[in-house]
Design a protein around this ligand. Structure first.
Ligand SMILES: [Zn+2]
Length: 281
């Protein structure tokens, strides 16, 4: 178990922990010293051999008193993602092994909550069975931001065909808006920018609280530099505004923050620091 938020157990479901892309590609407005700045603030944030940013891909499993909720379903196996060689047509057991280690079978998951519809957050929504894409979690309701579903439906590309449409056709999808509450402990927070419908996740139990960032941020260095644009933010300025709002909430409440792509352990706290923010593991 990664941590406990009141009555809610949080388990890390890790699929990938590997170098991704060069920092100057990922943060194009961060200036020439971007790697040095990340090395200063993020322990183990840069791969020493390749100079690339270490980017874990993971979901978080929330075991609440009433539901088992998987927040984000990572890259998955057999998915068509030619733009990302490391994610394309994978065949890997790590994600499923992590679920098993958390005491879960695929039948046990009640909800799959996608913070947004990008390939590293929807992959295990489905799996290939006899050449057909079928929902991986047969008993789950899948919650997806309505705005993202609309965008992906109009593109009708591999992501939609392989990881979204089969779940819709199985009648398991609920399109949701930010503000949606899932049971007594989980609320979706609007953090648009990375994608139009992007949500972060608030977990609350008694006086205890946690925030799951989703892709509002990709590195803890963005606590110090929330203005840095991230190359895959659909609306960079909107993403900056959402990032700052989330950081403000995290620093005001002092809650646990779980960063979906943060260097492991991906868990810590945010405090305000001279007009910006600071991260503490
Ligand atoms: Zn992502």
């Amino acid at each position: 178990m990664l941590c406990k938020i009141g009555d809610v157990e949080v388990w890390r479901i890790l699929e990938i922990n590997a170098p991704f892309m060069m920092p100057e590609e990922l943060f194009p407005t961060a200036g020439p010293d971007v790697t040095k700045i990340i090395e200063t603030h993020v322990k183990g944030g840069i791969c020493l051999q390749s100079g690339r940013l270490i980017l874990p891909v993971q979901g978080f499993l929330l075991k609440t008193p009433s539901h088992n909720i998987l927040v984000d379903s990572c890259v998955g196996n057999d998915k068509t993602i030619p733009a990302m060689a490391d994610w394309n047509k994978r065949s890997d057991t790590r994600f499923m092994a992590a679920l098993t280690a958390a005491g879960m079978s695929t039948e046990d998951i009640d909800y799959v909550l996608c913070t947004h519809l990008h390939p590293d957050h929807v992959g295990w929504n489905t799996r290939l069975e006899d050449g057909r894409w079928v929902p991986t979690f047969p008993n789950a309701r899948y919650l997806m931001p309505a705005a993202d579903e609309e965008v992906q439906r109009s593109r009708n590309a591999d992501l939609y065909v392989e990881s979204v449409l089969p779940v819709i056709e199985a009648g398991q999808v609920e399109l949701v808006e930010a503000g949606h509450m899932l049971g007594d402990h989980v609320t979706l927070l609007p953090t648009p920018g990375h994608t139009q419908g992007h949500v972060s996740v608030k977990v609350k139990s008694g006086e205890y609280e946690a925030l799951i960032t989703g892709d509002t941020m990709h590195s803890t260095v963005q606590c110090w530099y929330p203005d840095w644009h991230f190359i895959y933010d659909a609306d960079a300025e909107m993403a900056v505004a959402s990032r700052k709002r989330l950081l403000e909430e995290a620093s005001e409440t002092g809650c646990v923050v779980l960063g979906s792509h943060f260097a492991l352990p991906s868990l810590g706290h945010v405090s305000s620091d001279k007009g910006s923010f600071r991260w503490e593991d």
